[in-house]
Write a protein that binds this ligand. Structure first.
Ligand SMILES: [Fe+2]
Length: 291
């Protein structure tokens, strides 16, 4: 499938309530590369030629989907922490990240790769994900909240995933509809795989087979002509086909997800709380989820 690269003034489906109860469409600058499929796979990077900088970084505990830690390379104010920029004072959207000196000094190549598109960077970090299984990944499907507080008329924030460890049997799972497996895309994650995803559009999670932890550089980018040029340079396009997965595995995971969500909702209801899974954005972790 060819991808037309151009900027669109795209009227999104995101609506904002006014004081009078009416709704107003918000307009963001988006990449046409994402208009149809919402993600692109870039040319594979020659990961094996680089030192494993990610093993030298300082990681902090940060709950995301699955058993994870994060090594922040850029954070809200350059501190060794991972919180969403909207949780700082003053709150702001996922743009204008500040480099975390202690970590970028150990990872000049990762920093340079993150900077290559030349567009605005928000959060930038390496995720460490322990092995899980398909059913757990399906249960952990979530949408990111990258564009919270993103000013109308500016670039829509998307995220890149540069896989560092060699996880060719693991996949990033994307679903347009959380509960509909026929909308599922499964993208393999060998070393050097490079994806850019509208993670606020897709329900997503990684099924990491293991046995070693998975490491991936995740960066929030602002859509615009710089990102479009980068995607074009590295031939970004959707993948042709999913790696196969037996239907019974998918069916079992659907059943498991429904059961676990019901159990969780019942537990929260007994505590007088609302289940986060009932709303559009994942907000049950520490206010953020990566992959
Ligand atoms: Fe995420």
């Amino acid at each position: 499938m060819s991808v037309r690269l151009a900027l669109l003034d795209h009227v999104t489906t995101r609506l904002v309530s006014s004081e009078k109860g009416t709704v107003t469409p918000m307009t963001y600058i988006r990449s046409a590369a994402f208009a149809q499929t919402g993600y692109v796979v870039l040319d594979t990077y020659e990961q094996a030629r680089d030192p494993k900088e990610w093993l030298e970084l300082e990681y902090v505990d940060w709950k995301s989907s699955g058993d994870t830690r994060f090594a922040p390379l850029a954070s809200a104010f350059g501190e060794m922490e991972c919180n969403g920029f909207w949780n700082h004072t003053p709150p702001r959207t996922d743009k204008d990240g500040v480099w975390v000196q202690e970590n970028v000094e150990k990872a000049p190549i990762l920093k340079a790769r993150a900077e290559e598109p030349g567009t605005n960077i928000g959060r930038c970090r390496v995720i460490e994900l322990q092995p899980n299984d398909y059913a757990s990944a399906i249960y952990n499907l979530h949408q990111d909240d990258n564009n919270r507080l993103n000013p109308d008329g500016t670039g829509w924030i998307v995220r890149s995933f540069f896989n560092l460890s060699d996880d060719k049997d693991s996949v990033l799972i994307l679903r347009e509809d959380r509960f509909d497996p026929t909308t599922e895309v499964r993208i393999p994650l060998p070393a050097g795989s490079q994806l850019i995803v509208d993670t606020q559009r897709f329900w997503h999670a990684v099924w990491h087979v293991g046995p070693e932890p998975r490491y991936c550089l995740i960066t929030s980018y602002t859509s615009g002509p710089e990102l479009d040029a980068y995607i074009e340079k590295y031939h970004g396009k959707p993948q042709d086909a999913n790696p196969p997965l037996p239907q019974q595995v998918i069916d079992d995971a659907q059943t498991s997800m429904q059961r676990r969500l019901a159990e969780r909702a019942a537990t929260l209801a007994s505590q007088g709380k609302r289940a986060a899974g009932a709303v559009a954005f994942d907000d049950d972790s520490e206010s953020d989820s990566d992959d």
